[in-house]
Design a protein around this ligand. Structure first.
Ligand SMILES: Cc1cc2nc3c(=O)[nH]c(=O)nc-3n(C[C@H](O)[C@H](O)[C@H](O)COP(=O)(O)OP(=O)(O)OC[C@H]3O[C@@H](n4cnc5c(N)ncnc54)[C@H](O)[C@@H]3O)c2cc1C
Length: 396
């Protein structure tokens, strides 16, 4: 058997690449830094575009069994509780894009993908492998772990997320750009939710300098909350009491239902928000990046993981089509994925500004969104939800 392709990182992008490469008959070895393969246990939303990948990998039925499809994504004014706009994510969207919009627990999705990987003899999963550096020898590559082990392969895919060490060594272009916001994620049993909110939809409450997203998980038994706010010097102290004081100040004028949700937040689990300016080249020699390692984005379009998953399928197809010519495969992959992922990054920034606008800007955005019909909204999302064309045939 030929030397395996090494994948650094067993997140959604890395596992998709593994499954897709194996479907082309390529052996792969996934090196995951955590002691076990798995996901941090929060919810995730997926647009219908991701099912074009799941269909190819025969994962759609297993994913749908674990997922829910909300009737709508509602954007709500966080101050007065009124609806600003809505994306119809039920039957209308499904009819237009041929696939559903879903919400799913990350752990459940990861389990579906891991089970598929474990069934495939071409995929080797290596937990406890925190890769600290790589070497490109021309015809082969080596990944070295923090504890001194070495793994050899024919090429290396850096799927190691937003703080990618592979990228740091490959491109040396610094850290992602923090945008000054902080995100807090919490899951609670649905029975504990006392706030007067709709529980069947994805709700996005937009306010000046803050927003909050909530939706149900696991067929309505759990409730997922993500709260985001613009940090001030006040929160530099970084402990939960300081964040609680700051949240109460920032959300002072928020609608009572939002405040009731804030009281349920676990402030111990927080994450600085940021992205990177898009670039055109994600490879050198036999090393290439995908997902957040290549193009991390703000979460406003809920597409970061979708892009990582699309990358995995596309990259595998390009590798399979190019034989052993990895550079040709990687160039082709960049051409196929560059503009689409850059657009996700840039549109996510634009949406981020809308969600958090204040004063006149806020009124203008609300007016613009309020004028949109459901058909307009779906049309605005068509470039994304219609999916992307996989490059066909061998490299010219
Ligand atoms: C609050 C929030 C909400 C979000 N909501 C959505 C959403 O609704 N929909 C959506 O599509 N996206 C969403 N995203 C974005 C999404 O989480 C990411 O874009 C996605 O997880 C990226 O996948 P990935 O495989 O590239 O990286 P990751 O999921 O980060 O996986 C990287 C993997 O690499 C491993 N690793 C890291 N370093 C090393 C190393 N040196 N050696 C070995 N292994 C290593 C990690 O342990 C991890 O398993 C959200 C993000 C945030 C912050």
């Amino acid at each position: 058997m030929s030397s395996p392709i090494l994948i650094v990182g067993g997140g959604l992008g890395g596992l998709t690449a593994a499954l897709a490469l194996a479907s082309h008959g390529k052996p792969v070895r996934v090196l995951e830094g955590a002691p076990a393969f798995g996901a941090i246990g929060y919810g995730i939303q997926f647009g219908p575009n991701v099912f074009r990948v799941f269909d190819r990998l025969a994962l759609s039925a297993a994913v749908l069994e674990k997922a829910d499809s909300p009737p709508a994504v509602l954007m709500i004014d966080a101050l007065n509780g009124k609806e600003v706009t809505r994306v119809p994510t039920g039957p209308t969207l499904r009819a237009r894009f041929e696939h559903p919009y879903i919400i799913i627990h990350r752990v459940d999705l990861h389990d579906v993908m891991l089970a598929a990987c474990r069934r495939n003899p071409l995929i080797t999963l290596e937990p406890n492998c925190m890769v600290s550096c790589f070497a490109d020898h021309g015809e082969t590559v080596t990944a070295t772990t923090q504890d001194g082990r070495s793994f050899e392969g024919s090429a290396l895919i850096g799927a190691d997320g937003v703080r990618s060490r592979t990228r740091a060594q490959l491109l040396a272009d610094g850290d992602p750009l923090p945008n000054g916001f902080m995100a807090f994620r919490t899951i609670v049993p649905m029975a504990d939710v006392t706030a007067e909110v709709r529980r069947d939809i994805v709700a996005l409450w937009g306010g000046p300098g803050f927003h909050l997203v909530h939706y149900p998980l696991r067929h309505g038994t759990l409730f997922n909350i993500v709260a985001v706010f613009r940090r001030s010097a006040h929160s530099e102290r970084g402990d939960s009491a300081a964040y609680r004081a700051e949240l109460e100040e920032i959300y002072h004028d928020a609608h009572p239902a939002m405040k009731a949700l804030l009281a349920m937040l676990d402030l111990g689990r927080r994450q600085a928000v940021g992205d990177r300016d898009p670039i055109r080249c994600w490879h050198k020699g036999r090393i290439v990046l995908l997902g957040d390692a290549a193009h991390p984005t703000l979460q406003s379009l809920a597409q970061g993981a979708c892009m990582a998953i699309e990358d995995g399928l596309c990259l595998a197809g390009c590798i399979a089509a190019a034989g052993e010519d990895y550079e040709a495969a990687f160039r082709r992959y960049e051409r196929a994925r560059g503009l689409r992922t850059a657009r996700v990054t840039l549109e996510s920034r634009y949406l981020w500004d809308i969600y958090h606008a204040d004063g006149i800007a806020r009124e203008v955005y609300w007016q613009m969104l309020g004028e949109r019909s459901e058909a307009d909204t779906l049309q605005c999302l068509a470039w994304l939800y219609d999916g992307f064309e996989l490059p066909a045939g061998p490299e010219q």
